[in-house]
Write a protein that binds this ligand. Structure first.
Ligand SMILES: *[C@@H]1O[C@H](CO)[C@@H](O)[C@H](O)[C@H]1NC(C)=O
Ligand SMILES: *[C@@H]1O[C@H](CO)[C@@H](O)[C@H](O)[C@H]1NC(C)=O
Ligand SMILES: *[C@@H]1O[C@H](CO)[C@@H](O)[C@H](O)[C@H]1NC(C)=O
Ligand SMILES: *[C@@H]1O[C@H](CO)[C@@H](O)[C@H](O)[C@H]1NC(C)=O
Ligand SMILES: *[C@@H]1O[C@H](CO)[C@@H](O)[C@H](O)[C@H]1NC(C)=O
Length: 317
């Protein structure tokens, strides 16, 4: 199953990220969210980014996610370009060395997160003009693209989908039955993957699948105030699960850019407003539970909450 994810994830390379603004009502503006996110990113990098290892707090796959977050912030805040470019360059050199000169570690999902981060950064960084880089990129992307629709058809029918249109965490191989929690990131990555697949194939029915899962997730993974919440994990501890919600927020903003729905904007802006009002401290740290109160500060929680603020910026006017 991880292979499927990786394939879908890498497929996302085929087209760049387009973020369209949707109109919002009262509350903070796009500029407000961008300013919040830029400040909290500075806190994240000052506290946890280590240019020697190229990682945030020594974390591996989470650092790939945070690198993606940096690229997303640069796409809504051009003033962040210089910092982003500095960070991209140190990660490419130093994180590679930290992992023994390879991006691979035997876990398809970890490798997929790095692939997605590279794709975002690559799209933004015109400095990489070597022929070989570009040729390999096109070859890998086109080869995966050709296989992606088949994989998606398999995946959507593999028994992982619940009656609610959310995805279980995995299949029990012996019995072939779905098992595991309804984690937010499993609902998130598929949204971005299906958006890319719809662009690749010109078949909008992939967006229908995405909208069903987005809708179901918004109904399932929220608290009574409509704030996005990890399943069965409130309060959400740890640097693994603490990273997840941002992945959903990032991908929901991407779905919003091609098939908008006011409920997506509401989820993202309400959650971002709650982070700002209830889930930060006076030093600019953000906690893992977006309804607050703040506790369990970590680079993973900070990066994840940043994803929500940046997603709110992307869908706001
Ligand atoms: C961001 O940080 C700057 C400098 O520390 C500060 O002047 C500004 O008020 C902060 N903005 C927000 C939205 O927190
Ligand atoms: C930021 O970087 C992007 C892509 O590298 C570029 O198109 C844009 O002009 C840059 N903006 C600024 C203000 O440097
Ligand atoms: C489906 O959603 C309902 C209502 O939110 C919930 O009670 C039920 O546990 C969910 N089932 C699954 C398999 O997620
Ligand atoms: C679009 O994709 C769906 C599967 O999601 C498939 O059933 C349908 O035949 C496809 N349509 C075209 C025109 O290829
Ligand atoms: C999403 O769910 C709401 C009810 O919560 C429903 O009214 C709406 O039609 C659904 N949209 C889609 C695309 O499934």
């Amino acid at each position: 199953m991880h292979l499927i994810y990786t394939t879908l994830l890498v497929l996302l390379s085929l087209l760049g990220t387009v973020r369209a603004a949707a109109s919002d009502t009262l509350g903070p503006s796009k500029t407000d969210y961008v300013n919040y996110a830029t400040n909290f990113t500075r806190v994240l990098n000052d506290k946890w980014f280590d240019a020697k290892s190229g990682l945030w707090d020594g974390m591996w796959w989470q650092s790939a996610n945070i690198l993606t977050t940096m690229a997303d912030l640069a796409s809504v805040n051009p003033d962040f370009n210089d910092t982003a470019n500095f960070v991209f360059k140190s990660v490419f050199t130093a994180a590679l060395a930290t992992n023994g000169g390879t991006w691979l570690n035997g876990y398809y999902d970890d490798e997929g997160w790095w692939a997605m981060a590279f794709i975002k950064v690559w799209n933004k960084d015109p400095a990489h003009v070597n022929s070989i880089n570009n040729e390999l990129f096109i070859d890998v992307a086109a080869s995966l693209g050709n296989r992606a629709e088949k994989q998606a058809n398999w995946f959507l029918n593999a028994g992982l989908l619940t009656k609610n249109n959310t995805f279980h965490d995995g299949l029990h191989l012996a019995t072939c039955t779905a098992e595991g929690p309804i984690f937010s990131y499993n609902q998130g990555v598929i949204l971005g993957a299906l958006v890319e697949l719809s662009k690749l194939t010109g078949n909008s029915s992939w967006l229908d699948h995405a909208a069903k899962t987005a809708n179901a997730t918004i109904r399932t993974l929220v608290d009574h105030n409509g704030i996005f919440t990890e399943t069965g994990e409130y309060p959400t501890h740890g640097t693994t699960v603490g990273q997840f919600k941002g992945v959903f927020a990032r991908n929901l903003a991407y779905l919003q850019s091609v098939r908008g729905d006011e409920s997506y904007v509401a989820l993202l802006t309400k959650s971002a407003d709650s982070i700002w009002e209830h889930d930060r401290d006076e030093n600019g740290f953000l906690g893992p539970d977006w309804q607050g109160p703040i506790y369990g500060i970590s680079a993973a929680a900070q990066g994840s909450a940043l994803d929500c603020l940046i997603a709110a910026a992307a869908v706001s006017a």
